[in-house]
Write a protein that binds this ligand. Structure first.
Ligand code: ZN
Length: 295
């Protein structure tokens, strides 16, 4: 299923997409009425929800064009967990941009993005040039945890995945590098477009065989495949969960390939009026316009 959170006639709904139609089942006022609640409710409830989608009568079926898609998890419970330098070509371009020799990470590089950075798959992104003049793009496959755990073995790790979505890990490079830790430069409001939906894990045969691409104003900037990841999704879940509990609804962004702006010669950054698009094969595409604001 393709699971959405959307605004339809001023109300927030969860639902599923079938072609150009959104199915918004009637909700029952329980905790499972939002995406985090649905995920936390577990497999029996997921099956019930799927059955409700199939059985929903016409009044609960609306054209996708009549609603606004929001991030599938508009307000995660925890920061988004992110991997840095998880594609060799991106590690190479990043280190070269800093004049450093290429040494591939022996362990995943882990940082997080604040929950307040999350925004919708078609939302405008406000760029305040008093805050950053180096906003950069990063297309990424993101993993949504379904069943939590600690000490998860890599061989069983994908059984803990609820589904997959697309994230643009927008990064203010001036802040990212000035403050030493990545956190602030990764966490500006609007710097985490997510969606357009969660594709449930049963529909992705192999998450390590997905093409991913990013365009700015229609010009292709990044093109790669998740098979090029240094640390696979399964290994990443095993490493993260060794001593830290993963919980239903946790989001892991699995890193970006080469082609980001700051590593180009000369460097390129997003400006007001630009349109940035990020796509992962079998999932979908984000399309966000950068608009001037702040002050
Ligand atoms: Zn990233």
């Amino acid at each position: 299923m393709r699971l959405i959170t959307c605004d339809y006639r001023g109300q927030i709904h969860i639902g599923a997409v079938e072609g150009e139609t959104a199915v918004l089942p009637a909700r029952d006022g329980t905790a499972a009425d939002d995406m985090l609640g649905l995920i936390a409710a577990g497999p029996p409830y997921w099956r019930r929800f799927a059955a409700e989608v199939v059985a929903s009568p016409p009044p609960h079926r609306v054209p996708l064009s009549e609603l606004t898609l929001l991030a599938p998890i508009p307000r995660p419970r925890k920061n988004i967990i992110c991997l840095g330098l998880n594609y060799a070509d991106h590690a190479a371009e990043s280190l070269a941009a800093h004049g450093r020799e290429l040494v591939l990470p022996e362990h995943p590089v882990v940082f997080t993005k604040a929950v307040t950075s999350v925004t919708g798959p078609t939302a405008d992104i406000t760029l305040d040039e008093a805050v950053t003049t180096q906003l950069d793009w990063e297309v990424e496959l993101a993993v949504i945890i379904g069943r939590g755990g600690r000490g998860i073995a890599a061989e069983r790790a994908l059984e803990h995945v609820f589904g997959y979505t697309v994230i643009n890990d927008l990064s203010a490079r001036d802040l990212q590098f000035r403050h030493k830790q990545y956190f602030l430069g990764k966490s500006l409001d609007g710097a985490c477009p997510m969606g357009p939906w969660i594709v449930t894990a049963d529909e992705i045969a192999d998450p390590q065989q997905l093409d991913l691409r990013c365009w700015v104003n229609g010009e292709l900037k990044q093109a790669a495949n998740t098979r090029r990841q240094i640390f696979s999704i399964a290994e990443t879940i095993a490493v993260l969960s060794r001593g830290m509990s993963l919980e239903p609804g946790d989001i892991i962004a699995t890193g970006t390939p080469a082609g980001v702006g700051f590593a180009r010669t000369p460097p390129q950054f997003l400006r007001a009026g630009d349109v940035v698009e990020c796509e992962v094969e079998g999932i979908g595409r984000l399309r966000n316009r950068i608009v001037a604001g702040g002050g």
